[in-house]
Design a protein around this ligand. Structure first.
Ligand SMILES: *[C@@H]1O[C@H](CO)[C@@H](O)[C@H](O)[C@H]1NC(C)=O
Ligand SMILES: *[C@@H]1O[C@H](CO)[C@@H](O)[C@H](O)[C@H]1NC(C)=O
Ligand SMILES: *[C@@H]1O[C@H](CO)[C@@H](O)[C@H](O)[C@H]1NC(C)=O
Ligand SMILES: CC(=O)N[C@H]1CO[C@H](CO)[C@@H](O)[C@@H]1O
Length: 497
């Protein structure tokens, strides 16, 4: 009757219908291929989802292959994992549904509670004892305390003594950073805030002042925590819960133009720490955007390694932590980011630290046209100095594109070096023996880049080297420049030089 009313009006008032009746409607809608009706029931189920009905709704989503609803349930269950384990309906879930729930890193409940519920589930499904073999491997035994392993897991008889002994042995020999922990996940939300229970538990501060590290992005630099360079205690933030995170944003002290080297470690228990970012050899400035492989984290520790100001302190103005859904690339060996767009821009806090120009940072303002004889370029006298660009943080980069001033038919020769600290440079591009003009695409093996120094060695019209635009990495979607833009010297030209 309900279905015919739907077929007639295209509408149903779900609120009047009980959940088990909805199930019947769904069965029929499924049978008759009423997709729109199925979808609106799924939407309705999302709107009424709570911890009490979650197992039933998740079950329904599985029965009718409502993928979107199933995903919604899984994410919801993550947030209330411990409560959901205690729901009697959990024991009625089929094995594949249970497995889908508990195998998630983000299904965050004490592991021993997960174990106990799985044990009860096994008792409720006596005749299908074999399926326990599908669930038990999802229990992360190393996350259960030794006491609970002996007093709760052992008496259950579900895990063999050998496996238990191996687990206890593994736990005693390993660091907690080697276990696969569970953590809450709040996609794209900064969870290092005092509203969410985060606190700074280590770091010096002016006496009697609150710490201004976790508040909304502040530029005040007041009451910000500091740590002595080289102090292994560092600045430590304790999050309100264990969270699965893959992104940390730092804002380094920005009152003056100092550069700082730092590293970041993460821990679940404040005992064992894993290094997630190692910028200890890179002189960084201002905003640091750091992505890494997702991991469960309760404590974040920032250590200061060096400082270009005459100060023995490392100051931190702001810290954020989150699970980011953005796509990114990083190199896990070096912990460096591999950027997919130009990071030599003001948006990324890059700056031109050497070179003469009418407009500051003209080289990295993205403008590649509108320059003339007076404006829109950055230059240096041949034989005296260079042009230097500093990025905010090191990146692993394998290309650059530059635009040499080209309003006549002049050519230049030049070379490019890179550095971690602005002091010790190594050459990555050598065009001292080439006649180069206009756009140059430069490709090389990936190298860590923080400082870029471009030095002109020759020009065909005057004593100055002029550069209009620099980007790193290069936008490779654009057509490569003409090969004639860069040709080796002929022997005659070699001799002239
Ligand atoms: C899931 O669906 C099956 C099959 O209809 C049913 O036997 C079981 O009780 C349901 N479980 C829950 C939690 O609703
Ligand atoms: C080199 O450049 C600096 C500033 O750009 C200038 O003060 C200095 O006189 C120059 N030296 C020579 C030898 O031209
Ligand atoms: C400069 O860098 C090179 C290569 O990275 C390194 O071998 C050398 O020790 C560095 N020198 C100084 C003084 O840091
Ligand atoms: C330093 C340098 O290479 N200067 C050259 C700039 O261009 C003029 C004109 O070709 C040459 O005479 C200079 O030697």
């Amino acid at each position: 009757m309900m279905i015919s009313r739907y077929a007639y009006t295209g509408q149903l008032l779900f609120t009047a219908i009980k959940l088990d009746l909805l199930l019947e409607v769904l069965t029929l809608a499924n049978q008759y291929g009423f997709n729109a009706l199925q979808n609106s029931i799924a939407d309705y189920l999302k709107s009424i989802l709570d911890t009490k009905n979650l197992c039933t709704v998740f079950n329904i989503s599985q029965l009718f292959s409502l993928r979107d609803l199933a995903e919604y349930c899984l994410v919801y269950a993550d947030r209330y994992a411990d409560e959901i384990l205690k729901e009697p309906t959990f024991l009625l879930l089929p094995v594949h549904a249970v497995k889908q729930l508990i195998k998630r890193d983000t299904f965050c409940a004490p592991e021993v509670n997960i174990f106990e519920t799985i044990r009860e589930w096994g008792e409720a499904h006596k005749d299908t004892a074999g399926v326990m073999h599908q669930l038990l491997p999802e229990i992360r035994l190393p996350l259960i305390s030794q006491k609970d392993l002996l007093s709760i897991v052992r008496p259950s008889g579900l895990i063999s003594s050998d496996v238990l002994l191996d687990t206890i042995d593994f736990k005693s020999k390993s660091k907690s950073t080697e276990f696969i922990h569970r953590g809450f996940q709040s996609p794209d939300i900064n969870i290092a805030t005092s509203q969410l229970g985060a606190v700074v538990i280590s770091g010096e501060t002016a006496p009697g002042q609150g710490l201004n590290l976790l508040s909304a992005e502040s530029s005040s630099n007041e009451n910000i925590p500091r740590t002595q360079i080289g102090d292994p205690e560092g600045i430590v933030v304790q999050l309100g819960n264990p969270y699965l995170i893959n992104k940390i944003i730092l804002i380094l002290y920005e009152r003056d133009n100092r550069n700082m080297a730092y590293s970041i470690e993460a821990s679940i228990d404040k005992v064992d720490w894993a290094k997630v970012i190692d910028h200890s050899k890179y002189m960084c400035r201002r905003r640091q955007v750091l992505l890494f492989k997702p991991r469960a984290v309760r404590y974040i520790r920032v250590l200061g390694h060096a400082n270009t100001a005459q100060s023995r302190y490392f100051h931190l103005s702001h810290l954020e932590a989150m699970y980011s859904t953005e796509k990114f690339q990083h190199d896990s060996d070096t912990t460096l980011q591999i950027p997919t767009c130009n990071v030599a821009t003001k948006t990324y806090d890059a700056q031109v630290v050497d070179g003469v120009s009418r407009i500051r940072d003209a080289l990295i303002n993205g403008q590649t046209s509108g320059y003339d004889w007076d404006n829109g370029y950055t230059c240096h006298q041949l034989g005296n100095g260079s042009i230097v660009v500093q990025l905010n943080q090191p990146y692993l980069i394998s290309s650059m594109r530059i635009l040499l001033w080209d309003l006549d038919d002049r050519f230049y020769s030049y070379y490019i070096e890179v550095s971690n600290d602005g002091v010790n440079y190594s050459m990555i591009v050598d065009r001292r023996r080439y006649r180069c003009r206009s756009w140059q695409l430069l490709q090389f093996d990936p190298v860590p880049i923080l400082f870029i120094r471009i030095t002109g060695t020759h020009n065909s019209s005057n004593e100055v080297f002029h550069l209009v635009h620099l980007e790193a990495p290069a936008d490779l979607s654009l057509d490569p420049p003409d090969e004639a833009n860069c040709i080796p010297y002929t022997e005659d030209q070699e001799q002239q030089n």
